[in-house]
Design a protein around this ligand. Structure first.
Ligand SMILES: Nc1ncnc2c1ncn2[C@@H]1O[C@H](COP(=O)(O)OP(=O)(O)OP(=O)(O)O)[C@@H](O)[C@H]1O
Ligand SMILES: [Mg+2]
Length: 390
């Protein structure tokens, strides 16, 4: 069936959390580290010993997509050298509730030819190694969310099994040349025995949280792939990047992609062909309302007037931020309208609103509201001030 062409989206799948883009901005260093570890092993893969690497970083710092991208690159490098290398990606949350299930899924992902029914987990690994030796296949296996698995099955000693393959299956080659373990932090090490910790080693690659600028670079690529040209304004992208970089989101790009997607859907439903900062604010306020009615009720008259001025200013500029001087200008107009004398310590009042978390200020030129839709807030404030006047 045909779907009418969207004036907002070109390809919304490019915003899906499962899509791995061609380029991963700001993860080059991590990919090069993985390549320098495993790329060198390809030179003498027939007598290589397995290398274990750990990837550690907070939610949405690109651990999974980087591992998948690295897998694609290293497999291609190996093929150029005439080595039959496979990268197997295991997500422990999906592929392994127990060691038995985890290992059977590992075998199944490598080949359908092995019958593993009624084998013990150790036996499965032995058979797998034999199969790989016979077929002359090499593997790098990524175990994602290993922290989850170890927490769920602390007694299964899965790290012990996975790191003792050379002892379990002596002789050469050792076809599993690498294992990559991904976790959000190093806390799962507390659940390991000292023997496991020492064979696992200390090869750790850290994934720092992305800054607002970095998130912008990442999202900019996606905007190009997913949206029609010119639909997402620069201010919109800046606002999403800031919201994503700061607490409570703290750099989780997944949320940034979601904000981008749902803001686009909102604009589309409104029949518009632009995604504006106010769409982002509306979507964000639905996932995380930061300004409550109570917040506004707790403000004094001057605080409310400044907030109203800010809302008007943002709306008039069609922008996510306005400067302090602009804000003051709008404030003076609002005061005139309500026949109120402007406060002398204007800056202090603005500071108070910042401390309350109602407005945010990135610089003197950039003051904005996050977490509320402008339209609703203005109506609410007008109403409030109207009653106040009466
Ligand atoms: N550098 C990047 N370039 C492009 N997209 C990225 C980048 N980093 C993360 N993403 C995207 O952000 C989303 C989250 O990334 P990913 O799933 O890799 O995070 P994670 O670190 O594995 O998080 P979690 O700990 O929650 O599993 C994915 O859709 C991914 O494609
Ligand atoms: Mg992940």
């Amino acid at each position: 069936m045909f779907r009418a062409q969207s004036s907002i989206f070109k390809d919304r799948n490019k915003l899906s959390p499962y899509y791995v883009p061609k380029r991963l901005p700001h993860r080059d260093q991590q990919i090069s580290m993985l390549l320098s570890i495993y790329g060198n092993m390809l030179k003498n893969v027939w007598d290589a010993y397995p290398r274990f690497t750990q990837i550690v970083g907070a939610a949405g710092t690109g651990k999974t997509c980087t591992a998948l991208k690295f897998g694609e690159i290293i497999v291609e490098m190996a093929h150029k050298e005439g080595i039959n290398l496979k990268h197997i990606y295991m997500n422990c949350k999906v592929d392994g509730t127990t060691r038995y299930v985890l290992f059977s899924n590992l075998v199944r992902k490598v080949t359908q030819k092995l019958s593993i029914k009624s084998l013990s987990p150790e036996e499965m690994i032995r058979q797998l190694i034999e199969y790989l030796r016979f077929e002359e296949i090499f593997l790098i296996v990524t175990f994602d969310e290993i922290d989850y698995f170890v927490q769920m099955n602390p007694r299964e000693r899965v790290i012990y099994d996975l790191t003792r393959i050379p002892e379990m299956c002596p002789s050469e080659p050792i076809p599993i040349i690498g294992e990559i373990f991904i976790a959000r932090s190093l806390k799962w090490h507390d659940l390991l025995e000292s023997g496991e910790k020492s064979t696992l080693g200390i090869g750790i690659i850290e994934f720092p949280r992305y800054t607002s600028r970095q998130i912008r670079d990442i999202l900019e690529d996606r905007v190009e792939e997913a949206f029609q040209p010119g639909v997402v304004l620069d201010e919109t992208l800046n606002l999403i990047s800031d919201l994503t970089a700061n607490p409570p989101v703290n750099g989780d790009v997944r949320i940034g992609l979601e904000l981008l997607y749902y803001s686009g859907v909102l604009a589309e439903n409104l029949g518009l062909n632009r995604v504006l900062p106010e769409h982002v604010r509306r979507v964000y306020s639905e996932i995380n309302p930061t300004i409550t009615t109570e917040d506004i009720m707790s403000l004094d008259k001057d605080g409310r007037l400044i907030l109203l001025a800010l809302v008007r200013g943002l709306k008039a500029n069609r922008s996510a931020y306005i400067g302090l001087r602009d804000l003051k200008r709008f404030y003076n107009i609002v005061c005139e309208e309500y026949s109120v004398k402007p406060v002398e310590d204007f800056e202090e009042h603005v500071q108070d609103l910042i401390y309350r978390g109602i407005i945010d200020m990135k610089s003197l030129m950039e003051i904005g509201i996050s977490g509320a839709t402008l339209v609703d807030l203005e109506r609410f404030l007008n109403n409030l001030l109207g009653r106040l006047e009466a």
